[in-house]
Design a protein around this ligand. Structure first.
Ligand code: NAD
Ligand code: G3P
Length: 394
């Protein structure tokens, strides 16, 4: 089999760390082409094009200063040029840019390409809440796995030991992604059975096949009903795996608020605990039954803890509250992150859209307060009330 060409779509803080890992890994195997293309959103950095800096100095001085990427990672400012000949597409952009990227790439990627998303965030469609992986599958007509975990980019860049979870329904593709991204310090667990089953279309297909098998075996109606029920359960489980990491960022913003208000670790632990309860409840409410074990994977509790202690969402939320009401959260983000992007406030708005629409804000006080504080409609000092009066305490 000829070696697969890899393209990384994105070159921010996490994108560069993944580029470093992939750039090194492809040099040690015949399964992948040595040259890796990376789509870089072009901008001028200290009078030079960012692509030129990366291709000459092999460092993204804006988004991951102080860390080199291997020279075989080639920065390309045109996403079609970067992605059109790729067999493997790794998506790692802030989620608000994905609609545009998908629109640009539609019909331009190889039919045989496979994708994986490392993106945290949700999509609002007319039908309700959707997953970014679904957007990729839908718009680009390629299978799409996910990789999520407790992975603060700067720590992974320093090669501190950590873990991640790949969700992929195809064991071979899942292992391909694992080969591409696992290192001695970045250990990956592939969740085979449920991972990237096509969430809407593929579920229907799987269910049709299951029903067809049931028919062929002359199963009685009760058995067929059980097959359908179990199929739905697997679907919900898959959704659960994919949704957890996206909601984590909202809780991290809440943790930052308590620090900004001068509270300590006991309060943060309460935010993590109550936030986790809201995550479980939210997933149950919108995606059906949840399995508690899933929250014990790296994509669940581990990501929640790490983000609430040292994520960008937490840091910016703390600074916002300390300077409240002098600056908006957007101003703080621009000031502190130099172009990096917070996903928590946007995801909080997407989640709030669903809560409001379904009249459920009272049952999710942390998610709700985080959103209203982020947009400046609620004073941060009121945040502690939502912990004190949380439904868990009633
Ligand atoms: N940084 C982390 O620690 C980390 C860890 C795990 C997952 N993630 C997730 O990975 C995703 C990407 O985050 P990141 O940290 O790599 O990015 P980032 O926030 O560091 O950088 C922002 C990126 O967006 C690009 N950009 C700006 N405007 C654009 C536009 N109009 N179109 C396309 N791109 C544009 C910038 O060039 C830059 O590469 C996010 O969903 C994030 O939640 C991040
Ligand atoms: O720095 P944050 O808040 O964007 O979080 C980074 C990752 O999601 C941690 O896994």
């Amino acid at each position: 089999m000829s070696p697969k060409k890899v393209c990384i779509v994105g070159s921010g803080n996490w994108g560069m760390v993944i580029a470093k890992i992939i750039g090194n890994n492809v040099q040690n195997t015949k399964d992948f082409e040595t040259s890796v293309s990376m789509y870089v959103f072009e901008e001028m950095v200290e009078g030079r094009k960012l692509t030129e800096i990366i291709n000459t100095d092999h460092e993204n001085t804006k988004y991951l200063p102080g860390h080199k990427v291997p020279a075989n990672v080639v920065a390309i400012p045109d996403v079609i040029e970067a992605a059109s000949d790729a067999d493997v597409l790794v998506f790692v952009l802030p989620h608000q840019f994905m609609k545009n990227i998908c629109k640009t790439l539609k019909g331009k990627v190889k039919e045989s390409a496979v994708g994986i998303t490392l993106i945290k965030g949700l999509d609002i469609t007319e039908a309700g809440l959707d997953l970014i992986s679904n957007m990729i599958r839908r718009e680009l007509s390629i299978p799409c796995a996910v990789l999520m975990g407790a992975n603060i980019a700067s720590e992974v860049a320093r090669e501190n030991y950590c873990e991640a979870t790949i969700g992929c329904k195809d064991k071979d593709i899942g292992n391909t992604f694992k080969d591409l991204m696992q290192t001695p310090y970045f250990r990956i667990v592939v969740v085979e059975d449920e991972a990237t089953v096509e969430l809407c279309g593929a579920l229907k297909d799987v269910m049709e096949i299951a029903a067809g098998i049931a028919d062929a075996l002359d199963m009685i109606a009760n058995t067929k009903a059980a097959v359908v029920r179990l199929g739905i359960f697997e679907y919900q489980l898959l959704l659960l795996k994919l949704v957890i990491p996206n909601i984590v960022n909202i809780v991290a913003v809440g943790a930052g608020f308590t620090e900004g208000l001068g509270f300590g670790d006991n309060t943060k632990a309460a935010v993590i605990r109550l936030g986790l309860m809201e995550m479980v409840k939210f997933i149950e409410e919108f995606f059906g039954q949840s399995k508690i074990e899933t929250f014990l994977e790296s994509c669940g509790i581990a990501d929640l803890v790490t983000t609430c202690y040292s994520g960008r969402n937490r840091r910016c939320a703390e600074a916002y509250v300390r300077q409240y009401p002098k600056k908006s959260l957007k101003e703080i983000e621009i000031e502190m992150l130099d172009g990096q992007s917070l996903q928590g406030p946007i995801t909080a708005a997407e989640v709030n859209h669903m809560l409001r629409k379904n009249n459920l804000e009272n049952r999710f006080p942390i998610f709700t307060a985080v959103h209203y504080i982020c947009v400046g409609d609620l004073s941060p000092t009121r945040f502690i009330d939502c912990l004190r009066d949380h439904p868990e305490h009633m």
